[in-house]
Write a protein that binds this ligand. Structure first.
Ligand SMILES: [Zn+2]
Length: 440
């Protein structure tokens, strides 16, 4: 299967002339998109063919752009118009057609090229078409240096040049006075078959600890304290803004909140993958979110944060990054993982964050206990496959995987082991406050 990634590069120093040419393609690209959008609105059309007929030749001539950029402009205008037109709240809330502002032009992988040079300061250049050639001549190409200082950026460039990675499209973007190139790269990956020689890395997701990762018996805690506080704050601001119908401010806050969550997820997942790569035959073991509702205890004031915390997104980020490194990922049934003693398998109540086994006296943080048990469930699944159900999972939530018709992922589900304690304990577990909460 193939996975894709977008890598961002800053463009190096440019002379006035080159800057002018880039500005030309960015500004004219934007104007062309605006023009197509106006045509779509006037003619009330979402058809690409009709838009093409209405404005293509005129716009190519007027803005002196290569055909590929005009095509992109037309497609974008159509998308913008279509999503506005189909917005249900458009009429009721008087939502206007969005004003196009961003300076961004896309080049497909045929037009855009990556070149290695002898230039000492900038060894790598990208090139793309930027103006239409004079009658009968070829379109004009521009060569732009990119800055690739970090090791990982270099790794991707080497991979593209040596054809280890597949070249996708590239976007030229201007932000403030700076130019950037966003390159999409693809990789063909192979996920190995699991067996008992694999070393599981168990990850418990929660609120007090966003994630507890168990790598070779050592726990790593990602505390959720600050996140909980911030999320509650965002929740308060959002409800005030919603009441005031301040949509613009609300959108800003939502964006801020999203960036905050993305950043935290990125930090956790990067750490996990870095550590996993140090392990021989690693496999990442996550909780099946189907069960997380039953297993997570939520206090009332935490509910907002809990309901909106993106466990699913964190899991997806971990899985996507793991697959890029060809590390297998499985999902297990996580019921009772924070209540079973890993030493003697008896069921005990957790006291807030502490866990103490009343049979053997084993004591630890309850989220850590969960991560140990999650890890153990993998070994059970491998040793007793008859208890588990294999499912080749084609999950539609795997948006980051483009062009993958089949995701042959081992989705092992293991039923929890029968605890030694009596059925009574299960009832008391309910009394303890396991609630059905909608978290996602
Ligand atoms: Zn015990």
């Amino acid at each position: 299967m193939q996975v894709q990634k977008t890598i961002k590069f800053k463009v190096g120093e440019l002379g006035k002339r080159k800057q002018g040419r880039l500005d030309f393609v960015l500004n004219n690209g934007l104007s062309a998109t605006k023009e197509f959008l106006r045509l779509a609105l006037e003619n009330k059309t979402t058809s690409n063919i009709k838009l093409h007929r209405l404005g293509y030749f005129e716009i190519v001539k007027k803005y002196n752009l290569p055909a590929c950029i005009v095509h992109q402009a037309r497609n974008k205008a159509r998308e913008v118009y279509k999503s506005w037109k189909t917005n249900k709240f458009r009429l009721r809330e008087e939502i206007k057609l969005p004003k196009l502002k961003s300076l961004r032009v896309r080049f497909d992988n045929v037009i855009f090229q990556l070149i290695e040079t002898d230039n000492k300061k900038y060894p790598y250049f990208v090139s793309f078409l930027c103006e239409r050639g004079r009658s009968g001549k070829q379109d004009n190409r521009i060569y732009v240096p990119i800055i690739a200082n970090s090791e990982w950026q270099k790794e991707y460039i080497f991979g593209l040049i040596s054809k280890k990675y597949k070249k996708g499209s590239a976007d030229l973007v201007k932000k403030g006075e700076d130019y950037f190139v966003h390159i999409v790269i693809g990789k063909e990956i192979y996920i190995p078959q699991l067996n008992s020689s694999f070393n599981p890395i168990g990850i418990d997701c929660g609120i007090n600890n966003l994630a507890v990762v168990n790598v070779s018996g050592k726990p790593k805690f990602f505390s959720g304290g600050e996140v909980l506080w911030k999320k509650q704050n965002y929740g308060r601001i959002k409800s005030i803004l919603q009441n005031k119908k301040a949509t613009k401010k609300l959108r800003q806050i939502c964006k801020k909140e999203k960036n905050f969550v993305d950043n935290i997820n990125h930090q956790i997942s990067s750490w996990v993958i870095r550590e996993a790569k140090k392990v021989i035959n690693p496999v990442i073991v996550l909780e099946d979110l189907k069960y997380i509702r039953e297993t997570t205890k939520v206090r009332k004031k935490q509910r907002y944060a809990h309901n909106s915390w993106a466990f699913k997104q964190l899991q997806n980020t971990i899985r996507y990054k793991a697959y890029w490194e060809e590390i297998p990922v499985i999902f297990i049934d996580s019921r009772y993982t924070s209540q079973i003693c890993p030493k003697c398998l008896s069921v005990n109540k957790r006291q807030k964050h502490n866990y103490k086994c009343s049979y053997c006296g084993y004591q630890a943080n309850s989220d850590f206990i969960a991560s140990i048990n999650i890890q153990k469930r993998f070994l059970e699944a491998i040793s007793f496959p008859e208890n588990s159900t294999h499912k080749s999972a084609e999950r539609d939530d795997l948006l980051m995987f483009n062009n993958s018709p089949k995701i042959c992922e081992l989705n092992l589900r293991v039923s929890p082991p029968k605890p030694k304690a009596e059925a009574e304990d299960y009832n008391s577990v309910k009394v303890l406050g396991i609630q059905n909460t909608n978290i996602l």
